[in-house]
Design a protein around this ligand. Structure first.
Ligand code: SAH
Length: 355
């Protein structure tokens, strides 16, 4: 999963095997989702051990699994080779399955409302550590071991731990692996892929040039620089105008609606006038369906004094946006009772075992 299809052929050749083995191996891994090289019967028995040892080390080991929402939300904590812990979350709905994956161990963006941001950055993940999360979920969904029977992944969101744009190369390599048709990759449509960012403008622009029709989500959370400087520290480098301009450019180039993420925090960013200002700043850049606002009720995180908005304030915020003609939805809070919801992924194994 760290190699392009061409590099796989190279690798196989330099290990003294014929080139066609690369395709067989890719087929077992990406098409059949069989994670055990010992059972790859199209390889000679004596070769399987070599293939296993050389190219398929265990990238991530599951160290804990928690379920919520009657078994339809599954959060997995993973340990990497160096002890770094990351998390991913599978969410099954009636008509689709979404997986939320991590791009970094920890996060360096330091947003004060986010549990991941409070712990700082440990390190970037490799492409294979990112794709591993998807591969494992696809395999287990396919085998029917989860509540709801066999299924497949419809959506992948880079909304777990980390800032995907800060680990751009590995994230893009992972996206290509996920998107490439079988047997080169997992063959999941780019339309089902969402990359979420706090607004690393140069990377957002670079993504335009990749010409991959992934959906971009922008974690805005405030329509004014005064507040956004406080709650999304990167705003001091790339302010509201700069991130909205880059989001608009992405929408224009990709013809994909950008998702504007907006957490609702009680008495901090949930005033009706901020809804009006948000609508104004979005529509100032045109009203051709380039954005969609996704409101996220704040999920509690340890040590934070902030809480979710009052229901009446949330309603008023939605109404003000709707009145201005802004398409808006409120995200559900799946997994919040297992600290698996937005902003709660902190890989806090100690707290978990003492529960
Ligand atoms: N770093 C990227 C990817 C993580 S996405 C980004 O921030 O976009 C995680 C989403 O959950 C972001 O929109 C983030 O702002 C939001 N979030 C973080 N903490 C949260 C909390 N406590 N409650 C609700 N949403 C939160």
């Amino acid at each position: 999963m760290d190699l392009t299809p061409e590099q796989r052929i190279e690798a196989v050749r330099s290990a003294g095997l014929p080139a066609f083995r690369a395709k067989q191996i890719s087929n077992q891994w990406f098409t059949r989702l069989d994670a055990d090289p010992q059972s790859w019967t199209d390889l000679p028995a004596g070769m399987r051990e070599q293939v296993h040892q050389t190219w398929f080390p265990t990238m991530l080991t599951s160290v804990s699994e928690q379920t919520a929402d009657h078994g339809t939300t599954i959060k997995t904590a993973w340990r990497a080779f160096d002890g770094a812990i990351i998390e991913s979350v599978i969410m099954r709905y009636r008509d689709r399955t979404t997986i939320c994956i991590s791009s970094e161990a920890g996060c360096g963006m330091a947003c004060p409302f986010c549990a991941t941001g409070q712990g700082g950055l440990q390190r970037n993940l490799t492409a294979s550590e990112i794709v591993w999360q998807v591969h494992d979920a696809a395999r287990r969904l396919g085998s029917g071991e989860f509540r709801g029977g066999p299924g497949h992944i419809n959506n992948i969101v880079f909304m777990g731990m980390g800032e995907p744009m800060a680990n751009y190369r590995a994230v893009l390599a992972a996206v290509r692996q996920i998107h490439a048709p079988n047997p080169d990759g997992l063959g999941i449509g780019a339309r089902g892929l969402t990359i979420s960012t706090v607004g690393m403008v140069p990377r957002m622009r670079q993504l335009i040039d990749e010409d991959l029709p992934v959906t971009l989500a922008l974690s805005l959370h405030a329509p004014d620089d005064e507040l956004r400087d406080e709650i999304v520290p990167l705003n001091r480098h790339f302010n509201v105008d700069a991130v909205l301009d880059a989001a608009w450019d992405y929408a224009a180039a990709s013809k994909r609606r950008v998702s504007i993420e907006y957490i609702l925090i009680k008495d901090i960013n949930d005033q009706a006038w901020r809804a009006d200002l948000l609508a104004k700043r979005l529509k100032a850049r045109g009203d051709w369906g380039w954005f969609h606002v996704n409101l996220i009720p704040l999920n509690p995180t340890p040590g934070s004094r902030w809480t979710a908005s009052r229901p009446e304030d949330e309603r008023a915020f939605v109404e003000h946006l709707e009145r201005a003609g802004v398409p808006v939805t409120v995200r559900d809070t799946r997994g919040s009772d297992i600290d698996g919801a937005c902003g709660q992924l902190a890989a806090n194994l100690d707290a978990r075992t003492s529960n």
